[in-house]
Design a protein around this ligand. Structure first.
Ligand code: COA
Length: 380
């Protein structure tokens, strides 16, 4: 069995923050940001948007393209560094909203490499025949952990989500090989110091701004430039393929200069490497699935093409996946009837969730009454 990508979807908030907008907040300029990073604008979540709400939108799209019912999912993985809560997992919130009644669900923390880690885990579980259908999502609300007074970091990041459906099939192609790596000695290079169990939230931690991400930019830059080409070469080697076989590399979208340096180091033409960070900034675990969706929309991928998704990030972590694209493109348009069916299914999922909460509340009240009765008769 091989894991094949059969559905994909992406979501970004409507609100756009340009470099000029940022120059009103911190001491920076469009010229500095564009030349140092390649970023022109990024999308920022509104107050009522969360990592789970964006993940849900991307997931619904992906399931629609795959023509798969949520109840057919065996597994939901949400790769994120900005979950709605430390627990429960964002994946469980998505599972509930989708009505994916059979699915196991968990979050995966591997920084910006999270989506590649998730893809690899899900593909292995499918190849081992443990599961048939998996949903892998990368989703982030980085705007909530960025220090908007720190010009060295706030200009880099954006919010959004991307998702893919993986399905088991004996057909050729799909996920061919993966490479994952980590080096925790670089943990301090990209870090969210407070809010975890080491330094729980306190007046002190908030006053010192230790709930904002910190980054040693130059060191991360050097690491990225080295690891992107190395992981790409290694994953191709594992699949028994070479750079000459490659149609498209979809790298983590962190900095255009990193992408260009990796392109030079690999010796591939620039058109082989996909980039869209000028409009999204770095959306961490969401950047690769968002870029994959855009590459499909821009007809940069056709059936049987060989792709490599390659990422790096906090941890430090890195990872790459080689994929032989196996489904026909463009996808069949979703018929209005199927769209109505999907909408009804999600309404049913919301009603089902509400009824379950309500029953649980009733049950808890019933138990409380019984306990009160028992105590009263005992006292008597
Ligand atoms: N606007 C204007 N000036 C800025 C600035 C901004 N937004 N941010 C930093 N500067 C200034 C610095 O203060 C410094 O000034 P100084 O020389 O007077 O001290 C100068 O620009 C150079 O700073 P430096 O940090 O050396 O810039 P750089 O060329 O290394 O670029 C990054 C900074 C962050 C763009 C770059 O290091 C980078 O992209 N690193 C990787 C980050 C990354 O990918 N993180 C996510 C990983 S998943």
């Amino acid at each position: 069995m091989r894991a094949h990508i059969t559905g994909w979807g992406r979501f970004v908030p409507a609100r756009v923050l340009t470099n000029d907008d940022l120059a009103q907040i911190v001491d920076t300029s469009d010229e500095w940001i564009h030349t140092r990073t390649g970023i022109d604008e990024r999308h920022i979540a509104s107050d009522d948007e969360t990592t789970s709400s964006m993940a849900l939108q991307a997931a619904r799209q992906a399931l629609g393209v795959a023509a798969l019912k949520p109840s057919q999912l065996d597994l939901i993985v949400v790769a994120t560094a900005t979950p709605d809560y430390l627990f429960p997992s964002t994946a469980c919130l998505v599972q509930d909203a989708l009505g994916a009644s059979r699915a196991a669900a968990f979050d995966l923390a591997a920084g910006c490499t999270g989506f590649v880690y998730g893809l690899s885990m899900a593909a292995d579980l499918i190849s081992s025949e443990a599961y048939e259908n998996a949903l892998v999502i990368g989703a982030e609300t980085l705007s909530r952990i960025v220090d908007w007074s720190d010009r060295a970091t706030c200009v880099l990041f954006g919010d959004g989500a991307g998702a893919v459906v993986l399905q088991a099939s004996g057909a050729d192609g799909g996920v061919l090989s993966t490479v994952l790596g980590s080096d925790g000695s670089g943990a301090n290079l990209l870090c969210l110091p407070a809010g975890g169990s080491r330094e729980p939230a306190s007046h002190h931690s908030v006053a010192e701004g230790r709930h904002y991400l910190t980054m040693r930019g130059r060191e991360v830059f050097r690491f990225a430039v080295r690891i992107l080409p190395a992981a790409t070469r290694r994953v191709l080697e594992r699949a028994g393929l070479t750079l000459a076989d490659l149609k498209l590399i979809i790298p983590h979208q962190a900095n255009q200069r990193i992408i260009e340096a990796a392109t030079r180091s690999l010796g591939v033409p620039p058109e082989v490497v996909f980039s869209n960070l000028e409009r999204y900034g770095n959306t961490s675990a969401a950047s690769i699935p968002i870029a994959l969706c855009e590459a499909i929309e821009k007809e940069r991928i056709t059936q049987n093409d060989l792709l490599v998704c390659v990422g790096f990030g906090a941890g430090l972590t890195w990872g790459a996946t080689a994929i032989r694209w196996s489904v026909p493109l463009p996808p069949q348009p979703i018929s209005p009837w199927r769209r109505i069916g999907q909408r009804l299914r999600y309404l049913y999922a919301a009603a089902r969730s509400l009824i379950r909460r309500w029953l649980r509340w009733l049950l808890a009240r019933g138990t409380n009454w019984q306990d009160t009765d028992r105590h009263t008769s005992h006292d008597e």
